[in-house]
Design a protein around this ligand. Structure first.
Ligand code: NAI
Length: 256
């Protein structure tokens, strides 16, 4: 059976994805701050190393799929640390284990917020791999009252990282599809408080319009993540797949 590692496995989309993989007969290793097989704080270099070391111990150095779901939605630099640097460290750190696996695949959760306005200084520093500069730029955005740009910036950066890395020798060259999924609004512990308050719910629904079926449940995101990381996916790579009830088409429908 396949051995799959899911970050953010204790809640929301990661939890639903881990459950689906287990139901399919996969061996799942969950990682999260707490309540998972591997406890690791992906905001820190130590936590990122811990993830890779523990994964190596638990798997004997072979993984067939990585599903990187861990993320936060705050208006502060932590969002950039976890959503970009934590996610990239997960993918890069576990790539050698995937290279030793069977039909290896990887996917990371971006967001439809990646098409919202972003802070280019944060995105550029992130893509340059300069975490101190990205965090400083994020703090500068907070100081200007633009902390709300950081979530979308972190998700735009991770989507761009996927697009530029998927076709390299490390990924495509090693036979490993690498994609991002960009959900619209999904009802999880992350969004529940925003959706419970009518005022913030209105803001969410205006910025992420979902004409098809409205808000999604985590169980409606999991099948795409599991398919992209299954052996059936042989040729989809470098994509940012929007699972958003049409939000991306509404927001930038004239771009293909
Ligand atoms: P959630 O809050 O239910 O689950 C996220 C998980 O990530 C939690 O278990 C949390 O402990 C873990 N996590 C947070 N910081 C961490 C850290 N430093 N180290 C390790 N684990 C950490 O949220 P949800 O909604 O399931 O989100 C999953 C992913 O989907 C996130 O990347 C989020 O940004 C993304 N997303 C969510 C959307 C939504 O509407 N819920 C929409 C688009 C993207």
């Amino acid at each position: 059976s396949r051995t799959c590692l899911v970050t953010g496995a204790a809640s929301g989309i990661g939890k639903a994805t881990a459950a689906r993989l287990r139901a399919q007969g996969c061996t799942v290793i969950g990682a999260d701050l707490d309540g998972a097989d591997i406890r690791a704080d992906l905001a820190t270099p130590e936590g990122r190393s811990e993830l890779v070391e523990r994964a190596r111990e638990l798997t004997g150095g072979r993984l067939d799929a990585v599903i990187a779901c861990a993320g936060v939605a705050g208006f502060d630099p932590l969002t950039v640390k976890v959503n970009y640097f934590g996610a990239v460290a997960t993918l890069e750190g576990l790539r050698p284990l995937l290279a030793a696996g069977t039909d290896p695949r990887a996917v990371v959760v971006s967001s439809v917020a990646s098409v919202h306005p972003c802070d280019t200084a944060v995105v550029d520093a992130a893509l340059a791999g300069d975490e101190p500069a990205a965090v400083a730029a994020a703090q500068a955005a907070v100081d200007r009252g633009e902390g709300y740009l950081l979530y979308g910036s972190s998700k735009a950066a991770v989507a761009r990282w996927v697009r530029s890395n998927a076709t390299t020798a490390d990924w495509a060259g090693a036979g490993i599809p690498l994609n991002a999924v960009a959900p619209g609004t999904v009802v999880t512990p992350m969004t529940a408080p925003m959706l419970a308050d009518p005022e913030t719910r209105r803001v969410v629904d205006t910025s992420v319009p979902m004409p098809l079926h409205g808000h999604a449940r985590p169980e409606q995101v999991a099948p795409l993540l599991t398919w992209l990381t299954s052996p059936e996916n042989t040729h989809v790579t470098g994509q940012v797949v929007f699972l958003d009830g049409g939000a991306d088409a509404v927001l930038r429908g004239d771009r293909t």
